[in-house]
Design a protein around this ligand. Structure first.
Ligand code: ATP
Ligand code: MG
Length: 324
């Protein structure tokens, strides 16, 4: 990689813009231009007036922000090469990995949605362990961040899963940063702060938010709050997506949906309060209960994966293929 490219990769927030004084950065933030994205789409004139800086400085800042975000025309071949850099984390089930074309992707947000007991939390545990495996065993030799909003994280499960894979248990537990999110503001603040954590520790390759929606539903109940809730949640999700893209991390979110016995046509499971996550990019996997410990996974509108479904199993050792 050339030095120039290397340098651009290091510009991750507005504070990293080279050759711009702290005073100017403060002016930009005060004027509402607090992210690289807002700068990248600003007009030089507006920026100059709003932040009280010369037009030429504004132009320079906008260019730097666009370069940092890699906003430019690319050839299809470049896009292909970028996609081939995406790494995968195995789920523990070959069938499920097959459905996902190899596993959970970095640079992408993957949503697991399904009713209670469908295996969302088990998958979050398993992937927090599997990300630590070496690449030849389906991992990324990486660490995990686990944001728990429902208090359903169990270290005992991590121990069991690590043991089943013959891994050093304390080591595996040491490589999972756990935090309990108390409410929506806290959940959002945690993700704000993650930027610092992941830039300090590049071995973090997985971020889990289980569940991403529960606090939002509790705090903004009913139709009358839907718009506000949606707006706040979307911002949160975009921030997570950006962490995934910038730091080459796999982000996993879960979303509980309730089975609706009153529905006779179409899919009887719908997201509580509507399809909250429809408009955010990423891969959506629906989980359904089947006989015994079997679960069904189905890909829903992923841009590059064929639609299909597979069966896997929830076992004492973790996520595995279902026995015939
Ligand atoms: P919710 O929406 O309520 O959070 P969920 O989709 O997160 O549900 P999980 O907690 O992932 O559901 O799945 C619970 C299921 O996992 C249990 O019903 C059981 O089948 C399985 N399970 C949990 N622990 C074990 C274990 N130690 N051994 C075997 N199976 C287990
Ligand atoms: Mg759960």
């Amino acid at each position: 990689m050339s030095n120039e490219v290397e340098q651009k990769k290091n510009i991750k927030t507005i504070n990293d813009l080279p050759g711009i004084s702290q005073t100017v950065i403060n002016k930009l933030i005060e004027a509402g231009y607090s992210s690289l994205e807002t700068l990248a789409v600003a007009s030089p004139q507006d920026l100059s007036v709003a932040a009280g800086i010369p037009l030429s400085t504004a132009q320079k800042i906008i260019k730097e922000a666009r370069d940092a975000l890699d906003i430019r025309f690319k050839t299809a071949l470049e896009v292909k090469k970028e996609r081939m850099n995406v790494k995968k984390i195995s789920t523990g089930s070959q069938a499920l990995d097959g459905l996902l074309a190899g596993g959970i992707e970095t640079r992408t947000m993957t949503e697991f949605f399904g009713e209670f007991g469908s295996g969302k939390t088990q998958l979050c545990h398993q992937l927090s362990v599997n990300v630590q495996l070496p690449p030849e065993k389906g991992g990324l030799s990486g660490k995990a961040v686990y944001i728990d909003t429902e208090g359903t994280f169990r270290w005992e499960r991590i121990e069991n899963m690590a043991k089943a894979l013959g891994l050093d248990i304390d080591n595996v537990m040491n490589n999972i940063y756990y935090i309990r999110a108390i409410n929506t503001d806290h959940q959002i603040a945690i993700v704000d702060d993650l930027q610092e954590l992941v830039s300090k520790d590049p071995s973090i390759k997985l971020i889990v938010v289980d569940s991403v929606t529960s606090h939002f539903r509790a705090e903004y109940p009913g139709r009358e709050n839907l718009a506000v809730r949606q707006q706040k949640l979307n911002k949160h999700l975009h921030q997570l997506t950006r962490l995934a893209e910038v730091y080459d991390i796999a982000v996993i979110i879960t979303n509980q949906v309730m089975a609706r016995p009153d529905m006779f046509y179409g899919d009887p499971t719908v997201a509580v309060g509507g399809h909250t996550l429809y408009h955010v990019p990423g891969i959506r996997i629906q989980l359904k209960k089947s006989r015994g410990n079997r679960r069904i996974a189905r890909v829903v509108d992923a841009p590059h994966l064929p639609e299909g479904e597979v069966v896997f199993a929830l076992t004492e050792e973790g996520i595995r293929d279902a026995e015939e």
